[in-house]
Design a protein around this ligand. Sequence first.
Ligand SMILES: *[C@@H]1O[C@H](CO)[C@@H](O)[C@H](O)[C@H]1NC(C)=O
Ligand SMILES: *[C@@H]1O[C@H](CO)[C@@H](O)[C@H](O)[C@H]1NC(C)=O
Ligand SMILES: *[C@@H]1O[C@H](CO)[C@@H](O)[C@H](O)[C@H]1NC(C)=O
Ligand SMILES: *[C@@H]1O[C@H](CO)[C@@H](O)[C@H](O)[C@H]1NC(C)=O
Ligand SMILES: *[C@@H]1O[C@H](CO)[C@@H](O)[C@H](O)[C@H]1NC(C)=O
Length: 821
Amino acid sequence: MAMSHLLVLVLALLSALALPSSAASGSTLTQSGALTGDQTLASPGDTFRLGLFPACNRSRWFLGIWFTVSPDTVVWVANRDRPLTSPSGVVEVSGGGALVLRGGASNNDTVWSSSNSSAAAVVVAGAVAELRDTGNLVLTDAAGAVLWQSFEHPTNTFLPEMRVGRSLRTAAEWSLSSWRDADDPSPGDFRYVMDARGAPELHVWSRGRKTYRTGPWNGVRFSGIPEMTTFEDMFEFRFTATADEVSYMFRNRDSSPMSRVLLNESGVMQRMVWDRASGSWSNFWSGPRDQCDSYGRCGAFGVCNVVGAVVCGCIAGFAPRLAAEWYMRNTSSGCARRTPLQCGGGDGFYALRGVKLPDTHSSAVDAGATLQECARRCLADCSCTAYSAADIRGGGSGCIQWFGDLVDTRFVDGGQDLYVRLAKSELDAPKNTRKFAAVIALVIAGFLLLLLSLAFLMWRKARRSKKVSTMLDEAAELMSGECPTYPLGTIRTATNGFCKENIIGRGGFGVVYKGQLPDGQQVAVKKLSAESTAAQGLNNEFLNEVVLIAKLQHRNLVRLLGCCVHCSERMLVYEYMSNKSLDAFIFDERRRASLGWKTRLGIILGVARGVLYLHRDSRLNIIHRDLKAANVLLDADMVAKISDFGIARLFSSSADRQETITRTIIGTYGYMAPEYAMDGTVSFMQDVYSFGVLLLEIVSGLKNQRSFNLIAHAWELWEGGRSHDLVDPAIRGGCTAGELGQAVTCVQVALLCVQECPGQRPPMADVIPMLLQQKAPARPQRPVVCTPTRSHPAAAAAAALAAQAEITGGNELTITSHEGR
Ligand SMILES: *[C@@H]1O[C@H](CO)[C@@H](O)[C@H](O)[C@H]1NC(C)=O
Ligand SMILES: *[C@@H]1O[C@H](CO)[C@@H](O)[C@H](O)[C@H]1NC(C)=O
Ligand SMILES: *[C@@H]1O[C@H](CO)[C@@H](O)[C@H](O)[C@H]1NC(C)=O
Ligand SMILES: *[C@@H]1O[C@H](CO)[C@@H](O)[C@H](O)[C@H]1NC(C)=O
Ligand SMILES: *[C@@H]1O[C@H](CO)[C@@H](O)[C@H](O)[C@H]1NC(C)=O
């Protein structure tokens, strides 16, 4: 394999040296030829290559076009939705004159075709596909007529000479759509499209919502991108608006470096320029640039100003529609007219200078009119709310009229003038400035008062019931409904590219990274280990499970915020716990003393409540199966939060869940109930056993392990009436007699929980009252581990597991082993 790669490399090098212009398989593909495996088509000047490229760690293959100097920069993809699973595809020009990619399961499926007409179509002889130096893949017939071209089917990249827009004659649309992920070319959430209605402009859309607009073309540039003027020495921009077509394209000027415009996975348009010196792409410009570019940031009749102390304002003559919300910085409701329009002769215009023109979707354009004519027309039409020049050249000409709300207006350097219609009385404002100022001062004072009283009310409410923040959290949760899936890019950025420095934990289920989401929230990202995730197609089931588990909410469970599924990788995103895990306290010489008895009892009760919720009160009746000190996290207030719950469900298929005997051994040595270690019997009692061990560990600060049998030790002390000797020496001195009594009860409850026979152990629902009322009703049976004999099956199983743990490098590790099916 390596040898053949080397050979290909050497051959490629040789051919590149010998015949620089006619690379690998030339630039054309005829009906008699085919492109297979790692063969590529090179454009005549070898600027672009066409061939199969891998994604997702070489598990998926796509037919695409990329820059020869930068093979990772794919500019077009054919089979975005139907990847091949190996590079064994064949590209050919069919008898019907279509470019097709064959491969897939039967190795001869048509995975992608440039034409979706049925196979029984006409025969087209002499069709040829050619990759041109512009990056356009063009399919022509024998007469040279274009049958199909990739430039008319863009993916996420806008290249020089390509058009974005639409044909008004054929209704064809040339738009971009983002990749789903940096590693997944399937269409993502964002689209870059031309809105040809009103004054045409380009929009970015995400799931049916407009997120960004360039503003209309003003004869020189887009109204919202004044910087374009400064690019003119490098690019030539061309905007076409005819009866046939509305489109936009750009060209590189001679000697300017290669460039491309990318709609990236976060919905940002990035203009990239190739830097020959460093051999990399540099980001030349990107949009949206700031929060004022975010569509409709300040609502109707609002105007956005990034350099102001307050981002949103109202256009002169308008005031916030919902004042209380506006002053709380919720500006989505926008502004309303202070004085109604008089229509007739009672109105005039206010010149709002230096703006990106508002959304032109429902505007009317007349390129022939003068600006004076435009003003006259707007006054004559009672529904007209504003006008502006359509072309800024030569002092401004042409006419755009707006009729409804003015949405998405912002100040920009080099912006245009927008003439907003107001009642004459508003325009005479200077006379009333003093009165105005007084009114404004009064209004502001009023709102301050309102705010203060609101804050007071909230504070009182917070004191009475829950914290306001939790109430808001819950509201947000209810609104969002399902658990979110995060794009891999977000997670990667959050964890600094999964860098080693961010690792905060490891276990059999995977590695845990600390991360920070773009909104500043700290999270813990658990990257699940590969063993259960190999199977494809289980993604939906996985996601369903995550949604179910994410809906579980309890004070003593770590919140699951969402997940991320990418190829075979699965990640869970949890809230981050600043105090890490319980084992970092109780087993640490220096920190154990900081965990006094009251805190420990609080943690014990918290864990018990969390487990009870999982067992009984949650809709899912989850058995945790890996309860241990490392899986109990502590928040800033030392409240215990159980983590990793439900992971067992994610790992096992639904069929497994119905059985009481599982084929998947999940657990940690020292916490595993004997019946489970022996034959894999799963029941709620397995968690009760682990809880018992954990309880002893929290009381004593000692760890149950092969070299030290904590259960036997506790039994010995309890039987001898010296349970209080088990209490962690680091805190024993500071305990009152009452507290020592509580500890003694805890030891007795723990010994009840670790009894050999599952039926003898108390259910979690009984454990909590025992702890709260400090009354353990029964005398525990001698635990089985006290009589270790090699012949005892449980001990033998435990010994086997111990051996396994030794191999995997320590008994702290979660053991996850799948037995053969
Ligand atoms: C890619 O595959 C290799 C070999 O199968 C594996 O070692 C590596 O961890 C994988 N990388 C990722 C990111 O999945
Ligand atoms: C593959 O499919 C094409 C069209 O369906 C057919 O012409 C060709 O013979 C098939 N090749 C093989 C090897 O089955
Ligand atoms: C190809 O598919 C598209 C989208 O499904 C459809 O609109 C179009 O009519 C189809 N064209 C042909 C030639 O079948
Ligand atoms: C998209 O472009 C913006 C601006 O250059 C950048 O900050 C962001 O990280 C990019 N997103 C992705 C997914 O690359
Ligand atoms: C902002 O105000 C709108 C309109 O009243 C309301 O529907 C929305 O819920 C508010 N948003 C927030 C985050 O409070």
